[in-house]
Write a protein that binds this ligand. Structure first.
Ligand SMILES: *Cc1c(COP(=O)(O)O)cnc(C)c1O
Length: 456
């Protein structure tokens, strides 16, 4: 500054200091730090495999599966789980479930072929979905899979396949119903209340072209109502009993789908998910109690099939990321920009994910927004979260990201990151490479008249 020159006026910025001070909810908690996952340092993982990076815990997946199976098997004599491929169809993940004894639940020809490719026997694949193609039905019939019919046009298509192959496939129908949770998912399958389900069951048995072996429903996802499963189970039991009595067709299995919530916190929820969601034992108690209390004879008691997805994998997945920048918004509120966006962490649209720093810090805790790297206004990871101030290069860990991210992620603006699986003895297995430009451009074809010459 030259002598005599006046100091430039700067507008003062006043902000209530709330780090470490009482507010109406008491003192803000000390920030939790996550320096390692299953004993492997976050820093090492990112150094070796890049950032962002998805990390899965094999131990946690097996633990989740075994405790879910235990919840049902200790209450019911015949239980079979089928892994919901769309929840996470990374082959390494699917094969952990298959090793544990799970069948496969698929909703497209693509997923069906994936399950076959993983070595699942055709008889252990449940084929769901509202738009199965003829070639997929043919393949599934040849492999003796269980076909869950969604609509009448599919039934007619399947009848053509029966004619063509001379086979008598094993089928179930998907049933939708009022379970007291609204809106009712009535776009999949046949309705219970208006008798559509019953009339199609009659049609199938009378056709003599298929074996009616099961009944299927999947009443919603992230269901917080145990009562809804009591209603669904009892309606399914009613249909099964009528098939036995009136159509002389014993139903071998009732499939109650998935839909159990993980312990993530839904956006807008007042209390964290860990404190509010029912446990698998709560659901198992109601479902098995309803079937056992229905009055089936010993020989008629159907096998119970469960297609749980989210609840078995969500808390086994983490996303590691790096702070790219710190930035104050126009009102002075702090924000950070991280190197993963909603393209990578799709569930940021639904959940307030727990995010923790990966390094020790004495920095004050501030309320901030977390933004992703996309040049898009919707790219918000957390609107508002209390975290210690961090600097570019610092790492963060996003928790409970195992379900519906590694399948629903979008290739948009950036490439998708690598995925590692931590197995026994802290062994780290790379199970999916980070995508590259070459990989993504492989299917593209450039018309010759659009090729640029050096001078263009
Ligand atoms: C998605 C899906 C599942 C798994 O649902 P979750 O909510 O992840 O448990 C099971 N069955 C069907 C038919 C599905 O579409």
């Amino acid at each position: 500054m030259k002598p005599g020159e006046k100091l430039r006026y700067e507008r003062p910025y006043l902000k209530k200091l709330n780090a470490g001070m009482m507010n109406k909810s008491g003192t803000p908690g000390v920030a939790k730090i996550t320096k390692e996952i299953e004993g492997v340092p976050v820093r090492d993982l990112v150094e070796q495999y890049g950032s962002p990076l998805f990390v899965l815990s094999e131990k946690q997946i097996r633990r989740n599966y075994q405790s879910a199976v235990r919840a049902f098997q200790t209450r019911y004599p015949s239980v079979q789980f089928a892994w919901s491929y769309k929840t996470n169809y990374l082959n390494a993940v699917c094969n952990i479930f298959h090793q544990e004894g799970s069948w496969a639940e698929v909703v497209s020809g693509f997923e069906y072929r994936k399950a076959l490719g993983n070595g699942v026997s055709g008889a252990h694949i449940l084929f769901n979905g509202p738009a199965k193609q003829k070639k997929d039905l043919l393949l599934a019939v040849e492999n003796n899979s269980l076909l869950h019919i969604d609509n009448l046009d599919e039934l007619y298509l399947l009848l053509e396949v029966c004619e063509a192959t001379g086979k008598k496939p094993r089928v179930a129908i998907r049933v939708n119903m009022d379970t007291g949770v609204y809106p009712v998912w009535d776009r999949f399958g046949f309705n219970y209340e208006n008798n559509d389900a019953w009339s199609v069951l009659t049609k199938i048995v009378r056709s003599g072209k298929m074996q009616l072996v099961g009944l299927h429903c999947h009443i919603g996802t992230f269901m917080l109502s145990v009562e809804a499963y009591r209603i669904a189970t009892s309606k399914m039991c009613d249909l099964a009993a009528r098939c036995g009595k009136l159509l002389n067709n014993t139903i071998q299995y009732i499939d109650l789908g998935g839909g159990f919530p993980s312990t993530n916190t839904l956006k807008g929820a007042y209390l964290p998910g860990v404190d509010t969601v029912p446990t698998i034992d709560d659901f198992a108690e109601v479902i098995t109690g309803t079937i056992l209390g229905y009055g089936f004879s010993q020989e008629e008691l159907p096998m119970l099939v469960m297609e749980c997805g989210r609840v078995l994998i969500d808390d086994a997945g983490y996303l590691l990321g790096t702070i790219a920048a710190n930035k104050r918004l126009s009102d002075g509120r702090p924000s950070i920009i991280v190197d993963f966006g909603v393209n990578t962490l799709f569930t940021a649209f639904w959940y307030d994910h727990l995010i923790t720093p990966a390094q020790e810090t004495n920095a004050p805790v501030e309320n901030m927004a977390i933004y992703g790297p996309l040049c898009m206004n919707i790219d918000v990871i957390r609107e508002s979260v209390n975290l210690p101030v961090m600097t570019p290069g610092d790492k963060v860990v996003v928790h409970k990201v195992g379900a519906y991210n590694m399948t629903q992620w979008m290739q948009f603006i950036t490439t998708r990151p690598a995925i590692v699986l931590i197995g026994d003895n802290r062994q780290v297995h790379l199970v999916r490479l980070a995508e590259t430009l070459e990989y993504l451009e492989m299917p593209e074809i450039m018309p010759s008249h659009l090729k640029l010459k050096q001078t263009d």
